[in-house]
Design a protein around this ligand. Structure first.
Ligand SMILES: Cc1ncc(COP(=O)(O)O)c(C=O)c1O
Length: 309
């Protein structure tokens, strides 16, 4: 990741090094924050934020779940204000920006779990991320099955990006990296395939595309939703269903979807090759189409792009 110049903090653009919180900030100690990850793409009409309204909606829904009031420096923020603040921050940081990370969190200094009346802050950071899974994953990612479970809806709101809930993902990611893999797939509390540490998962098996349904304790990924729509428009059958480990390993193709990872084909799971161990034709075709969509080359999907200028 490469840093940028300005961070939006509670209504003002400040220099990167001046965006600070106290060591006793509630969010730092107890994980009480909600965040988003959003991509910015270069298009013929200039930089565009991909599905910004949907990301803002998920962020605001997460804050509602956590009981955070969207009031920063005396101003109440609507979804439209959040949307504009994100675009302002992208605009302020130049054309190298490809990823935005808004985070709304309890910044008040507090010892103790009670979150009620702890002051809330809102930071919007832009970076240049590049390839999230590293260059080695371009030829196909290696997955392991994590020994850590995807936290379900009894452990917290699985559909929201709550900072503290990501500890399980970081443990799983460490497991993957320490075994020489690029990513880890996490099973849910009943042993079904749920998703990866920061990506949803798709398989192509017996002529159709399948992905875990939202009731499987997954994050309702915006890339997942986009890929379902694009794949159906391309004529593929897509089923949102339950997926077993057996179905995953015996699939003809597997790929991950996420804002950071975009569409990432998988060529092995736990050392077993997927299909012939090479990137498959279906994921390749969807990847190519998705790339055209996000870079503004397909007019039918123009409503998914919010142009910055
Ligand atoms: C746990 C998890 N699953 C899936 C995803 C993919 O979601 P999206 O496509 O909205 O980025 C993410 C990334 O935000 C994630 O953190």
């Amino acid at each position: 990741m490469d840093r940028t110049e300005k961070i939006w903090l509670n209504g003002k653009l400040v220099n990167w090094e001046d965006a600070k919180v106290h060591v006793l900030a509630h969010a730092l100690n107890y994980g009480t924050g909600v965040f988003e990850g959003i991509r910015v793409y270069q298009t013929p009409k200039g930089p565009a934020v991909f599905r910004l309204k949907d990301h803002v909606r998920r962020l605001v829904d997460g804050c509602k779940m956590m009981g955070f009031k969207l009031e920063f420096d005396g101003k109440e923020y609507t979804e439209k204000d959040v949307f504009e603040a994100i675009k302002d921050t992208v605009r302020a940081n130049g054309t190298a920006v490809d990823y935005v990370k808004p985070c709304i969190f309890l910044s008040g200094e507090e010892v103790g779990l009670n979150p009620v009346n702890v002051p809330v802050s809102f930071a919007i950071t832009c970076v240049h991320m590049g390839a999230y899974l590293g260059k080695g994953a371009d030829a196909g990612a290696k997955l392991i099955t994590s020994s850590w479970q995807r936290p379900d809806n009894l452990c917290g709101p699985a559909g929201a990006k709550v900072n503290g809930a990501y500890v399980a993902s970081t443990l799983a990611k460490r497991e993957a990296v320490s075994q020489g893999a690029n990513e880890a797939v996490m099973l849910n509390s009943v042993g079904h395939v749920a998703e990866c540490t920061g990506e949803n998962i798709f398989i192509y098996r017996h002529g159709k595309i399948m992905t875990p349904q939202t009731a499987e304790a997954i994050l309702e990924g915006i890339t997942r939703n986009s890929v379902i729509q694009v794949a159906r428009d391309m004529g593929y059958t897509v089923e949102e269903t339950q997926i077993s480990r057996f179905q995953l390993v015996s699939a003809d193709e597997v790929w991950m979807t996420g804002t950071a990872a975009e569409i990432a084909p998988v060529t092995s799971v736990d050392g077993r090759p997927i299909g012939d161990g090479k990137i498959g034709k279906v994921s390749q075709a969807i990847h190519a189409r998705f790339h055209d969509v996000v870079t503004g080359k397909v007019p039918e999907y123009d409503a998914w792009l919010d142009y910055v200028n």
